[in-house]
Design a protein around this ligand. Structure first.
Ligand code: GLA
Length: 731
């Protein structure tokens, strides 16, 4: 049993293989958080709690003489608001009488087999017997607001999921201005925040700094999880490294605006509150209604950041991504975007496919520009009718020609958008988010559809499902190329406009649920101008996401490095593109571009006509290597061997088979040196007693020697040379 409720004391302990999590409701019904960290068995940790009569920290009215009892200093599982805790709170609730207050007290706990589900939201699942659920009910007796805290305890995965259901059990309307998913109060310790910031073409750059006193917020108000901040943070002990030290992660399973707040309090405890929404969020909860706050995945590792990342990578692969493709080798694809942009016809696409097929490519992806009037990015989105004039044939004909080459066919769509000037916009101008009387801000000359309207979701479902039914499409790239402004739904009354952004996400999820359930064999790839929605919410539906619009291999080293902290390598869309690179103008060798793209779902995105015969020969070789690497990408162990942000000489990573029978070490020199010092690496995750043959030198060494003494590479000069070293077990 992974959930233990002590009969006498009511102390609740959640057990995973290597961690414990403990809470306890006191006589007042306040639910204390006692512990999250390395396993402590069923030890009762109540006496580790620190109580102090702290000036200006109020005491609950009924306990006013008990000066050391304050909601402002206690560690709690989920906070109310307005009744004595001045730290960041989980809730901001306006009650029918106008008061902004919630005082939550324990009303019961039960243990259920399996994993809870969340209505309308993506969430982790149980493959059978992996998870137990704890349901804790908290209530505000004055208003009848009930908060159900859900905990999914995945024992073997060392993951605890959390979510919250807020139900209006009173008789008047309640307005939720903030409804967090979870709070994690860490009573002790110094913590550093590791988070992943960025911008378009430069996503998920890790940044690590000690948490200062006060509140630090990581979030997005863009209506998408965003390129700019990822809904995943790590709190690490100051000394934590890749291989040692305590660290814990919080990952939101949500793709819209979010907030993760961290506060170091006056008494040096640290509070983390995570959930959906931004400052504009306001949800009307009528009597009897329930609001579901999205899931957060917590995981703790005592063995450093590498192990924490692997815990997340495994968990997302096994318990979050639903696609049948998650463990299947992905077809090697060619995408025409950087080869042609929107300047193509059917013949060009067929030609690209034919050349690619000769080199061993398996899937032709037709990107933007095949529909409506769409020859540049100023028009056309919304009119999902095939532009047969441009293609010179029907889509079905083009697909059949390409399939005749022995290739599969994939298509790009951007369903959540509309361009003014389209037939869709002319028919339904009110379907776009815009504020009456204001000219809406444009992003890439497009507007955002109001996905919160069921008729918009139905229309897109009908349009896209017809396209998928009528054509032999094996892969879909689902894009989303602007953030939300003018967030106003013509379908909602004035006092419910604060719901529009979350209703949008619920609409997107409803559409994805319908389409991915109806077309489960399609390989769906998420995208938002590259990695602008690279999050666990999207991964529930899409087994892979285009990682960045920056295809420069040297920049990708950092982007893919940052992404690997929380997300599986098998989810990282990564392509070999042209040199000089279209985003940075940099020229990196073809081999280096391939080595970097092999740390993800591999493909090509360049004009093959411009390649020499010897480069084409290289591509044939790369595809053969990629086939060997794929099983490691899909199910192997991933180790970051260097820090891509600070190690300026070279970047290295290792993929290891689950049984450690083989490993692939990849090294890219980013700044070659004269009279260089050696490129020396210590491997990880090998079988200590196993004998491994080095593909570069032929030398055989034990796993323990390779992990302790390491391996040394010959000197590397030139522009960005890359090396792959296979270590095959030979004993
Ligand atoms: C986004 C994607 C690109 C490409 C273009 C097409 O930017 O990230 O890969 O599909 O849209 O407009």
């Amino acid at each position: 049993m992974s959930i233990h409720i002590a009969q006498q004391t009511g102390v609740i302990t959640l057990h995973t293989a290597r961690t414990s999590y403990q809470m306890w409701a006191d006589e007042q019904g306040v639910l204390h958080h006692l512990y999250y960290g390395p396993s402590v068995g069923n030890a009762d940790l109540r006496d580790t709690e620190f109580r102090s009569d702290c000036g200006f920290s109020p005491n609950p009215g009924e306990l006013h003489l008990q000066r050391d009892y304050s909601l402002d200093t206690l560690c709690q599982e989920y906070t109310g608001c307005g009744v004595g805790d001045f730290r960041v709170s989980c809730l901001n609730v306006q009650n029918p009488d106008g008061s902004i207050a919630a005082d939550l007290r324990f009303a019961g706990a039960e243990v259920l087999p399996g994993k809870y589900a969340l209505p309308g939201l993506p969430a982790a699942f149980d493959n059978g017997g992996e998870c137990e659920t704890l349901r804790v009910t908290l209530r505000d007796d004055v208003t009848g607001l009930t908060v159900t805290l859900l905990y999914g305890v995945y024992e073997q995965a060392d993951v605890i999921t959390r979510a919250a259901l807020l139900q209006n059990g009173g008789s008047g309307v309640i307005r939720l201005r903030k409804a967090a998913s979870a709070c994690l109060d860490l009573p002790f310790g110094e913590w550093e925040l590791l988070h992943f910031h960025g911008r378009h073409c430069m996503e998920r750059q890790p940044e690590r700094a000690p948490l200062p006193h006060g509140v630090q917020v990581i979030g997005s108000g863009r209506g998408a999880s965003s390129h700019h901040h990822n809904p995943f943070v790590i709190l690490a002990e100051p000394h934590a490294t890749e291989t040692a030290g305590g660290c814990l992660g919080a990952m939101l399973v949500y793709s819209g605006s979010f907030r993760i707040e961290m506060e170091v309090s006056q008494l040096h405890s640290t509070r983390l509150v995570a959930g959906l929404g931004d400052e504009t969020f306001c949800w009307t909860l009528a009597p009897g209604e329930t609001f579901a706050a999205p899931e957060v995945l917590f995981s703790y590792s005592s063995d450093g950041l590498g192990e924490l990342s692997r815990q997340y990578q495994r968990f997302l692969r096994d318990n979050l991504i639903r696609s049948v493709w998650k463990n299947r080798p992905r077809p090697i694809l060619i995408n025409n975007w950087e080869a042609t942009y929107m300047n193509f016809d059917g013949e060009t696409i067929y030609h690209i496919a034919r050349q690619a097929r000769e080199l061993g490519v398996e899937l032709m992806v037709l990107d933007d520009g095949w529909f409506g009037r769409r020859d540049d990015d100023t028009s056309g989105l919304g009119d999902w009718q095939v532009n047969e004039k441009k293609l010179g044939c029907t889509l079905a004909e083009l697909i059949e020609r390409i399939r005749g080459l022995g290739m599969d066919f994939g298509l790009w769509v951007e369903p959540e958008m509309v361009c003014p000037g389209t037939a869709l916009y002319a028919a339904h101008p009110d379907w776009a988010l815009s504020i009456p009387g204001r000219t809406p801000a444009m992003g890439r000359s497009q507007l955002v559809l109001d996905m919160g309207r069921p008729e918009v979701v139905d229309y897109l479902y009908e349009t896209l499902s017809a396209l998928l039914r009528e054509n032999h499409i094996s892969y879909v790239k689902w894009d989303m190329n602007r953030n939300m402004t003018d967030v106003f739904s013509r379908a909602l009354p004035a006092d419910r406009q604060g719901e529009a952004a979350h209703r949008y996400m619920l609409g997107v999820y409803a559409l994805l649920e319908r389409l991915t359930s109806e077309f489960p064999d399609i390989l769906w790839e998420g995208c938002s101008g590259g990695g602008g929605r690279f999050d666990a919410g999207m991964l529930h539906y899409f087994p892979q996401i285009w990682c960045s619009d920056d295809t420069d291999a040297i920049q990708r080293l950092k982007i893919q490095y940052g992404t690997s902290f929380g997300y599986p390598i098998s989810a990282v869309g990564s392509h070999v593109s042209a040199a000089p690179n279209h985003q940075t103008g940099r020229t990196a060798p073809l081999n280096t571009r391939a080595v970097v793209a092999m740390a993800g779902t591999f493909g090509y995105e360049l004009d093959l006509q411009l390649l020499s015969e010897s480069e084409k020969q290289d591509i044939r070789r790369q595809i053969a290597v990629c086939k060997q690497v794929q099983p490691l990408v899909l199910q192997g162990r991933y180790d970051r061997l260097t820090d891509a942000m600070t190690d300026t000489y070279f970047t290295a990573w290792q993929l290891t088979a689950p049984d450690a029978a083989a490993a692939l070490v990849s090294v890219v020199v980013v700044d070659p040196k004269p009279n260089p010092w050696s490129i020396h690496l210590r491997c990880r995750g090998l079988a200590p007693d196993g004998l491994y043959k080095n593909s570069l030198t032929g030398h055989v060494a034990t796993g323990s020697a390779l992990m302790a003494a390491g391996l040394t590479l010959p000197m590397q000069t030139g522009d960005y040379p890359a090396t792959q070293i296979w270590l095959e077990r030979v004993d």
